[in-house]
Write a protein that binds this ligand. Structure first.
Ligand SMILES: [Zn+2]
Length: 76
């Protein structure tokens, strides 16, 4: 079963940071949703559950540097 839904153009979502494709929503066998790249399962995809385009947008960005905000050097 490969049920892909396209995301309406009215919803803001970033394109895949690796290949530039617009993400799709896919339901897995358990009925959970992932937001994922339509081209490759190894490209970024959200955890299954609710449709989380916000998570996709947050993590699927070229400028994302992991850990950068976790350990701030500067304190007042
Ligand atoms: Zn991709």
């Amino acid at each position: 079963m490969n049920d892909c839904l396209t995301i309406p153009k009215t919803i803001y979502c970033k394109i895949c940071k690796i290949c530039g494709a617009r993400p799709v929503i896919e339901a897995d066998i358990a009925g959970f949703y992932v937001v994922k790249c339509p081209n490759d399962n190894s490209h970024y995809q959200t955890r299954s559950g609710l449709i989380d385009i916000e998570d996709w947008n947050r993590n699927n960005t070229i400028h994302f540097i992991p850990g950068r905000d976790i350990n701030p050097q500067v304190s007042c």
